[in-house]
Ligand binder design. Sequence first.
Ligand code: NAI
Length: 262
Amino acid sequence: MYKDLKGKVAVITGSSTGLGKAIAQRFGKEGISVIVNYFSDKKDAEDLVKEIEKTGGKAIAVQGDVGKEEDIKKLSKVAIDIFGDLDIWINNAGHQKKIPTHEMTLNEWNSVISTNLTGVFLGSREAIRYFLEKNKKGIIINMSSVHERIPKPHFVHYSASKGGVKMLTETLALEYAQKGIRINCIAPGAIYTPINADFKDPKIVEEVEETIPLGYVGKPEDISNVAVWLCSSQAEYITGTSIFADGGMKLYPSFEIKDEAM
Ligand code: NAI
């Protein structure tokens, strides 16, 4: 438990499933009131709110597309109207689709960029405006990916968006550091969530695990543990960086010297 987090208010985008859901569950247990933003899966969001309330936390489900200005404004408005404040904003929503670049339509490109990059800009701007108005040392976490660094063929929209999120984060961290606003990325590797629906196939998991030095796919709690710590005063000297939670994936495992050759 991080005692300094009790009573804070957080918006978490795309939090009815996967990593956002795990962060919302953890925040609820820490006594942080949570706006559970969902895109289309209303029931998942409402079930999560009930679950958080059962464990003594506070949460509200709010529909919204993070690529739309008016929807982002709605998220902060509900947080402030219902919970009275806004301390933490987690830009987590994201999606991807495997498409060779020469077959990718402009709509397919725009769809991923709108959520994964424009959504992060709009969410960050909304939070920063409030933090400046209230002279608040707020916190922003952007969910990037190991693909902020590792190129991902057939996912050019996704890797470009995550590389963009990294630079957006560093730029904003520098721009607002003097105001005490901390802005960081979490860069997950391969984690069991709905975005990796193909992990139901053990063969795929085996292939992916070949690329992970620690040897296994992560679980959502590996990311929510980092998120809650990054928001706490334990991480108060950290801004403008990416925390990789990836089992070592970004360390170019093809260069690894296997045990028998050591
Ligand atoms: P997920 O598919 O469970 O979560 C993504 C959420 O974003 C979904 O709830 C979806 O409905 C929501 N969403 C999509 N478009 C939206 C929009 N326009 N507005 C609002 N919400 C929208 O998958 P996961 O893994 O939890 O993904 C969360 C974040 O973590 C994403 O940004 C993803 O790129 C990132 N990530 C995930 C990794 C993994 O292995 N699971 C690895 C690296 C990064």
